[in-house]
Design a protein around this ligand. Structure first.
Ligand code: PMP
Length: 397
């Protein structure tokens, strides 16, 4: 049945992963991805979702989504450039530009698609991209797609960025040079050094590209990392996702009008993949409205993040250098980290382990992402589980 070559390939590679215990088994949720989730009939405190503000289950967003679905249908019916651009897509783009303090914005079907489209629309084989070594997979793939020379620099190491920028510039080999970074790094919760990056970019005439998937809704009173540093007019590409703090799905680039006009004719996922569903577009508009009206959810997220951090620290865990509510609990050894996460699950907490190759060897961690929707009681239950498992496994005293 089917290709023998394929069968052999799968047997060898899948078999290898499974035998080494590295095959990722996906646990389906029996209901919404809220602060409490249900898996295999068991309720768990959820510390693994990017639904930072709890908007994925917000009543206003749900009602807006239903209303838009009734009005426009479940699908947009075409790609944006044929006749899949609905008035609510345009409204969403206008709202995002205002939210990000830029002239214009363009919406994609996901943050991943956004990076696949935006980088290659501007960079080509005559160019170079200076890329933080811990940048997200979608940035790496987007850079590869552009065929530009990719020059990684050490994570948030500004001397290394300066060195690579100088070498690239002085080599005279490249037409354009771009520096590209996550705004907030999701494995450690640290924030990119944007003021220094902008200074280096100005010295070496670099195009600046910030993927703020984890900073929007979280930093800058909700407006993101670029706003947090007051650099809205200094960053060429502000990338965001609509799937994390915004709680829905989709991605966007915010920037100058001529850049966005160019992306609308050159970014391939925009040109060749059907637009965001009407329900999603409408829900995103509502989410931005909520975020710009009030900082209540943003403030609650930080309160919960700080509460969890303080609790884990006083239990004696190593919580790294996070500057945001993302809180890693660094265990170290890969097997021990996986066991720790499994034991937390038995104690009613869903917090995924992250190990090599996603993070460097020996820095395995259980990553916690509290949200504005968690109650103190939920967080106390999680901390009690951490205390019990930590002591049982000899990680804390
Ligand atoms: N960029 C970064 C930095 C991310 O962390 C993610 C999501 N994991 C993405 C892009 C992709 O976003 P989306 O889930 O909207 O495709």
């Amino acid at each position: 049945m089917g290709s023998k070559k394929l069968e052999n390939f799968l047997e060898e590679n899948l078999g290898d992963l499974k035998s080494r215990g590295l095959y990722n088994v996906i646990d389906p949720l029996q209901g919404a991805n809220g602060p409490i989730i249900k898996i295999a009939g068991k309720e768990l405190v959820n510390l693994s979702s990017n639904n930072y503000l709890g908007l994925a289950t917000n009543d206003k967003l749900i009602n807006t989504c239903i209303e838009a679905t009734r009005k426009y249908g479940v699908g947009a019916g075409a790609v944006r450039t044929i006749n899949g651009t609905l008035d609510i897509h345009v409204e969403l783009e206008e709202k995002l530009a205002a939210f990000k303090h830029t002239e214009s914005a363009i919406v994609f079907q996901s943050g991943f698609n956004c990076n696949m489209g935006a980088i290659a629309a501007v960079m080509d084989k005559n160019d170079a991209i200076l890329s933080d070594e811990l940048n997200h997979a979608s940035i790496i793939d987007g850079c590869r797609l552009s065929r530009a020379k990719i020059i990684p620099y050490k994570h948030s190491d500004m001397d290394d960025l300066k060195r690579t920028a100088k070498e690239a510039k002085e080599s005279g080999r490249y037409n354009k040079i771009m520096v590209i970074t996550d705004g907030v790094f999701s494995m450690d919760g640290d924030v990119a050094k944007l003021p220094e990056i902008v200074e280096i970019a100005e010295n070496f005439d670099l195009i600046t590209y910030v993927d703020d998937a984890h900073g929007s809704g979280v930093l800058g009173k909700g407006a993101g990392t670029v706003k947090h540093f007051g650099l809205s007019d200094k960053i060429d590409f502000q990338i965001g996702t609509l799937s994390k703090a915004i709680g829905v799905v989709g991605g966007y680039v915010a920037g100058r009008k001529d850049l966005i006009d160019w992306l609308k004719v050159r970014a391939r996922p925009f040109l060749f993949s059907t637009s965001l569903t009407p329900g999603a577009a409408a829900a995103c508009i509502e989410a931005i409205h909520i975020l710009t009206e009030s900082t209540v959810l943003h403030d609650k997220l930080w309160e919960n993040g700080n509460y969890l951090k303080k609790g884990l620290k006083s239990l004696g865990f190593d919580i790294g250098e996070s500057e945001t509510p993302i809180t890693p609990c660094i265990i170290g050894d890969e097997t021990k980290t996986q066991e720790f996460s499994k034991r937390l699950n038995q104690e009613g907490v869903y917090a995924k382990s992250i190990v090599f190759p996603t993070v460097p060897r020996g820095t395995g961690r259980v990553r916690n992402m509290p949200s504005a929707a968690h109650t103190k009681e939920m967080l106390d239950n999680a901390l009690a589980a951490y205390g019990k498992v930590g002591k049982d496994m000899g990680i804390i005293e």
